[in-house]
Design a protein around this ligand. Sequence first.
Ligand code: GRG
Length: 305
Amino acid sequence: MTASPGHFDAWLQGRVEHIATVLDDLLPSLQDDPARLREAMRYAVLGPGKRVRAALVYAAGEASRPPAGTAAAQDLALDAAAAAVELIHAYSLIHDDLPCMDDDDLRRGRPTVHRQFGDEALAMLAGDALQPLAFECLAQMPIAPALTVQAVQLLARAAGGDGMVGGQAIDCASVGRPLPIEELQQMHRMKTGALLEASVLLGGVVAGASSAVRTGLESYASAMGLAFQVVDDILDVTADSATLGKTAGKDAAQGKPTYVSIMGLEGSREMLAGLREQACAALLPLGPSACRLRELADYIIGRSH
Ligand code: GRG
């Protein structure tokens, strides 16, 4: 799993395929009851996501390992952390798509969970069940218990009221009420950025990152957390629904404030360039082992072109 520059596409594809098998193995099988709940959980998680969060966990793990550190136990722990962030992400998407929130019909190019199963309560419960499964994954990591506790705390904070759920609450309350740029930024830092940041930091914690490396990861993660949302806002107005796998232009049409509605397309692209610089500068002290993180920054930001 050591970084070998020049093969990013193959590396990413390998990670995407690997996490799909990890998730497939850990999700409950359809043999037992309640089978429909299990089917809905599997449908939501195993859909064709980009797996950016899992890739960030693995890339941060590669950047943080001590030079001789290739223990199999650490690989298993990185798998568990990568799976945990994808489970939390999948739950958030199921709930976000429900009629009481964004009321979306399409996700990842397929019907949303409540549409596919024709059952809103089932969709809500599938999301509810994925959340504790994520923490069960972390609890089983074969690493020092103190690191497991740090990982659980990190993910809990990122997913909860001070992170993703809190950001979603601010977002729901902001419809039709233009937010000043500072508040918009804070909302996105919580709603989308917190889980992306946690993905990077979890990779570092699980791989035993030194405090100097953690500092670099924090600055990189903070830039990428924001960049991801700016890219999403740009794509919301520039890409078509087939490319996005969801309804394009919905945020703007719903009167939700976006970076593009506040700063314009050019202003948003300039902001992205600044965030890319921050991310790359933060990785400089980490040296060549951070090459996958650098490449992921280019991949994430490159989606906006
Ligand atoms: C409902 C508790 C709760 C939280 C919802 C993250 C979130 C909070 C809602 C998602 C809304 C949304 C579409 C935000 C834009 C950024 C984003 C998270 C896009 C989806 O993530 P991708 O592009 O999706 O990584 P894939 O399908 O590739 O995994």
